[in-house]
Design a protein around this ligand. Sequence first.
Ligand code: BES
Ligand code: MN
Ligand code: ZN
Length: 497
Amino acid sequence: MEFRCTPADASSWASSGNGDTLAVGLFSGEDGTTLEALEAHFGPGLKERLEQRRFKAKPGEVLSFDWLGRRPGTLLLVGLGEAEAFDLAGLRRAAAAAAKASLAAGGTDLGLALPLAGVEPAEAVSAIAGAVRLSLYADQRFKSEAETRPLPERVSLLGFEAAHDGVLAAVGATCAGVELARELVAAPPNVVTPQALADTAAAIARDFGLELKVLERADCEALGMGAYLAVSQASSLPPKFIHLTYHPAGEVRRRVALVGKGLTFDSGGYNLKTAGSQIEMMKYDMGGSAAVLGAARAIAELKPEGIEVHMIVAACENMISGDALHPGDIVTASNGKTIEVNNTDAEGRLTLADALVYACKLELDAVVDLATLTGAVVIALGEEIAGLWSPSDSLAEALVTAGRDGGESFWRLPLQASYIEGLKSPVADLKNTGPRPGGSITAALFLQEFVRPDLAWAHLDIAGTVWSDKGRGLDPAGATGFGVRTLVNWVRSGGPA
Ligand code: BES
Ligand code: MN
Ligand code: ZN
């Protein structure tokens, strides 16, 4: 799919005869100027047809007309809803609806005429192109025969000056990152293993010139990563601690670390996940690491100036065997804190504890972790909104803004200091789980115990947002690649203030 911008409007693009499918956005209650212009090209009767088919131009509503022996042979009218309520999210939804309808119509050369939604042209270009690409993504890797139609070859954004090449390149790199994250999350646990995550990091490092360090079990032992290694100890697959670094050319003004939970499978350990706990879906428990690696791929290609980015993943599996962690074991993390493991299914925070201690030893201005950490955040916020915790107002705000610009939603929740009582252990410094109420908050408080207090830190719980059974917005059913756009936008905006 090749995207380009052209100042031509819908009618002149149609008259040029270059494309086969034209999609035009219509507001509800629009005065008819758009339709008249289209009638001038396609012939009279369009308005009557719209009435006949009860087209109301509701958001996402699409009407398709076909002509034989004409170019473009397909006209798609795309509902935009009320003009006053039309925003960036509406623009994305309309672009995705048009793209899906054009795929159904078999179009190969698509022209899209959609309005600005009250934003700068560059922002609109980014939203439209991103929505088209991400909504048409289909993962066929595990089918013996492809079931989907070929994608359009060319997509023209009508009514935009051709000077948006930089924007389109950024969209391309970011979408490639989102797609990488989706592929990693969607692949089953017998394919995406800790080694496969390390191999993915190696491929990014090789293709884009990043620095890569992979710590093996013995290296992690030497660093005293007793919490992380305890989680991995029952698996026949060795743990891989991945540290990928993007060094900008020229002066370094900011340094940040992105830390992702990388459980390639979470059985729950001896606190085994039972029926109804979605054990068969726990391939997506590496969603945080997928977002971090997807962002690494995009950042490596976009090469933002002045910011050094460390991508860190303590990858492993949470399994059972004669060597497994027992519920009740006491382990020691690499900062010396002892943890009574009162629940082996709260394993993500154990791996993140050592990953955060490792990150905090680097020279940094901020650290952000992403994790499919708790079922409780899914209950609290559902599948469209991720939880955000941070002691820093400015970091929290910057991440919410970066998310909004990329079409990803976060809701900030409190680091209620008194709830740390729930993590007190009679025998160790901490236990790894507290009471069920406020379970996502105590999980965040647990992580905070492993972060240098002088460092700006944010924790993003993406357990609800990494997967969508039915698909939503720009996300086809399955893995969403959630987090990549937020991280890329945040890093490109310069990171911490
Ligand atoms: N990976 C899970 C969290 C999860 C649950 C992600 C459902 C996506 C959907 C995590 O390791 C876990 O098992 N958390 C437990 C913690 C509990 C034992 C305190 C949970 O949320 O039930
Ligand atoms: Mn678990
Ligand atoms: Zn888990």
